[in-house]
Structures are given as structure tokens and as C-alpha cells.
Unconditional design. Structure first.
Length: 159
């Protein structure tokens, strides 16, 4: 199963004035991909991460269709931000995370209404994940260290 129960967010270290996405030429007048990282339809996103991860938002007008090839070994993060979509014959609505099996490399998306999708995929890290509060680390000891550093002001302070 490609179950993204734990989402590994990557610390991009982006400057606050950085353009985060690259708007691609529309796939059709009903589909627009906004590449954040990795490569989409031959265009690089606004940021190239150190690991193989592709992230984009995709704007759909009702009736828009998109078929993507995603390597079967990749984990997929497919979150419908707004609207209603059919993703590989599975209907999804706003604020819904769609799960997939490792059973192919085709992702077929059809907009049933105007919709926005946050889509990402990449090779699984294969590392343990521990989360607490705002922190996601590999061990409970790392969580405790991050919490101590936070309370000691090592992450910066409000002025």
C-alpha cells in the first residue's frame, strides 16, 4: 500500500522571499500544474530538493483530465485541497487524502468540479518516524532534544 499515514516534510530552508513554484504552460485550458519541487512535464519546480521528491499543486476546471506516469515504487501524497475529483476511479472531495496501492504507474485524474490538488511523490525514506507537537524526527531522544532547543531559544526568538 502507498499509505502516507506519516508525511515526511522536508526542511527546504527557503529564504522568505523565494518564489516557491514554477507555473508550467497549461496542460489544457482545464488543467494547470504549478511545480514546487522536482520535475513536472519537463519543467523544473521553483526548488530542487536534495532528495527525489516531486511536489506540485494542480488547478482543474470542471471536466479537466490529467494522466501522469509515476514510478510504482514511489509513495504518493494526493491531497484534494478543494473541489471534487475522480482519482484512479476513486472519488475524492475537499480536504481528503487519497491512498493508493503499489499496483501500477498510471495516475488518472478527472475534475468533477473546479478543484485544486496537492500532489507529491518520491521514494520512501525507509526511516523510523516519531512525531510530537510540531517536531518530526527519527527517535524520541531527537524529539526531546528539539524540544529542549526550542525552549532554550535556539530556533530564534520573538522580538
Amino acid at each position: 500500500m502507498i499509505c502516507f499515514h506519516h508525511i515526511n516534510w522536508i526542511n527546504y530552508g527557503l529564504p522568505t522571499s523565494c518564489r516557491v513554484y514554477q507555473k508550467l504552460a497549461p496542460i489544457s485550458y482545464r488543467v494547470q500544474i504549478n511545480a514546487i519541487s522536482g520535475e513536472w512535464a519537463g519543467t523544473s519546480g521553483g526548488y530542487q530538493p536534495l532528495v527525489d521528491i516531486q511536489i506540485a499543486t494542480i488547478d482543474f476546471r470542471s471536466g479537466g483530465k490529467l494522466e501522469l506516469t509515476i514510478p510504482a515504487q514511489h509513495t504518493i501524497f494526493c491531497y484534494t485541497i478543494g473541489g471534487k475529483l475522480r482519482v484512479n476511479e476513486q472519488e475524492t472531495t475537499a480536504r481528503t487524502l487519497t491512498e493508493f496501492n503499489y499496483d501500477g504507474d498510471k495516475l488518472q485524474i478527472e475534475a468533477l468540479t473546479d478543484a485544486v490538488l496537492l500532489l507529491g511523490h518520491g521514494l520512501p525514506f525507509g526511516e523510523p518516524i516519531v512525531s510530537a507537537g510540531p517536531f518530526v524526527m527519527n527517535t524520541q531522544a531527537e524529539i526531546q532534544a528539539a524540544n529542549r532547543d526550542y525552549h532554550a531559544g535556539k530556533f530564534g526568538q520573538w522580538t
